[in-house]
Design a protein around this ligand. Sequence first.
Ligand code: GLN
Length: 195
Amino acid sequence: MKIGVLALQGAFIEHSKMLARLGVKAVDVRLPHQLADLDGLIIPGGESTTIGKLASAYGLVKPLRQFAAAKPTWGTCAGMIFLAKDIGSQQQPILGSMDIAVDRNAFGRQIDSFETDLAIAELGALPFHAVFIRAPVVKAVASSVAVLARLADGRIVAVRQQRLLATAFHPELTDDLRLHEYFCGIVKCTIKPHA
Ligand code: GLN
């Protein structure tokens, strides 16, 4: 199993380290041909406008769209924005792969960064400590999208649509490997056994 981490900008090194700790081969992706033999892809947090600009400059938008239409892809924070179909009126390149509407910088300036424990049933009974940094929230989901986690006020911060996963927070900035393990599980299920 080989998982790529989009390495244009943001917290890509931290994602690779989490995958390495799980014994999974991780490769940095900066050019379209590097997507060819991957089983899954992580789009990290950072700044979605910058990720979008660089992806356009490197001719990655269409290849990434095709990849997300076929293989497991997980966006964290800016990566969630990049994966979303609807980000409001803002003009920036996005993949538009996931049937979610996202509100960028949903927490405003006062509490633009915070940490909180989330209940995520898919990961078991133990809460998941989540780090939010100028994070988005999911405003609306299509019926094919499963909500995995909400804040105490009900706002949606983790979703899954078949092989697509999106989290508003940064699981690569904590020690908890469970979400990376969960994504690797999705990847494993979609790998076709070689003849
Ligand atoms: N606010 C950033 C954006 O709009 C996302 C922040 C993050 O990825 N930590 O892209």
